[in-house]
Design a protein around this ligand. Structure first.
Ligand SMILES: C=C(O[C@@H]1C=C(C(=O)O)C=C[C@H]1O)C(=O)O
Length: 300
């Protein structure tokens, strides 16, 4: 049995809501620290646009610099069987990824079979809304330094040439956000099994609003945003050699409001969309007898 299989099968209960929420809490740290790393570089908008690198286009690749980093990284990880795990989803079209090198049984099918992949939405909000916000400080510093040297031009002020470093970190951030959002499937499977009868009527007669209301836990979200701000405030601090925090807003390592807004306006809403999408397909292929049996069972 591979480690990955053990991780899922030896865990007390892979669908325990407390366990899932503890993983979501740990991913907050991964996402904040990855954003701190990305914030060290300027926006570098050209790495998100197609056709900006002639050397790349000459290989026949039609995507952006970041699309290329995603495809090359995910191609290697696909050979290591990363995307047979129910908590891993590629940004690259799966049909363009190689088959796993490792043979043998994959991870047990904890989730109901589904093709839900929200990565296109994640990539869009990350490159259009999050990156410009998170890299604003580094971009302003770069612009001031370039103006001082008499360098002019729009993109020039947002381009520090660190295309590889920025894209490597972008891939890390995107993978962490993707894992976090797609854990919504585990949350939904857990909530569905806990009370199938509550969900089944709104799946048989599709009702997104009713399903969204059933999975939404306002108090959990409120506490999450409170905790997130505390973490980002602390992690953003620089410390003097004597260990004292440097109380200077201009040296903060991350835009704290930007991190909170990332979760409030993008990550949480998209996680809930994945939860509802998963529930809407949860009865596919089941007979009326099987559905009735589920509806009459309290804990599936
Ligand atoms: C993830 C859950 O489902 C919903 C989504 C949440 C989120 O994305 O942080 C938090 C609470 C719920 O509204 C949960 O119940 O823990």
């Amino acid at each position: 049995m591979t480690t990955a299989q053990q991780n899922f099968t030896l865990t007390a209960d892979p669908l325990s809501l407390d366990r899932i929420r503890s993983i979501l809490t740990r991913l907050e740290d991964t996402i904040i620290f990855s954003l701190i790393e990305r914030a060290q570089f300027a926006h570098n908008p050209k790495i998100y646009r197609r056709g900006e690198f002639e050397e790349l286009q000459s290989t026949g690749f039609k995507g952006s610099w970041l699309d290329w980093f995603l495809k090359e990284t995910e191609s290697f990880h696909a050979k290591a069987r990363r995307y047979t795990s129910p908590d891993e989803y590629p940004f690259t079209d799966p049909s363009e990824l190689p088959a796993p090198l490792l043979k043998g049984p994959g991870i047990p099918a904890i989730l109901y079979p589904n093709n839900i992949n929200a990565n296109a939405s994640i990539l869009s909000f990350y490159t259009r809304a999050i990156i410009p916000r998170i890299t604003r400080q580094a971009t302003l510093s770069l612009a001031a330094a370039k103006r001082a040297k008499g360098i002019t031009g729009d993109d020039e002020y947002e381009d520090d040439g660190n295309y590889g470093s920025a894209a490597v970190i972008d891939v890390e951030v995107l993978q962490a956000i993707s894992k976090r959002v797609h854990y919504g499937k585990f949350v939904s499977e857990s909530k569905f099994r806990d009370d199938p009868a509550a969900f089944i009527p709104h799946i048989l007669n599709p009702n997104r609003a009713a399903l969204d209301a059933l999975i939404t836990k306002p108090e959990v979200e409120r506490k999450l945003l409170q905790r997130l701000r505390k973490k980002a405030d602390l992690y953003a601090l620089n410390f003097a050699p004597d260990g004292e925090p440097i109380d200077d807003a201009t040296t903060r390592k991350i835009d704290v409001d930007g991190v909170v807004e990332l979760y409030e306006h993008y990550i949480i809403p998209l996680t809930k969309e994945v939860e509802v999408d998963y529930l809407l397909m949860r009865l596919e292929g089941l007979s009326k007898v099987e559905i009735d049996a589920l509806a009459s069972s309290k804990k599936a």
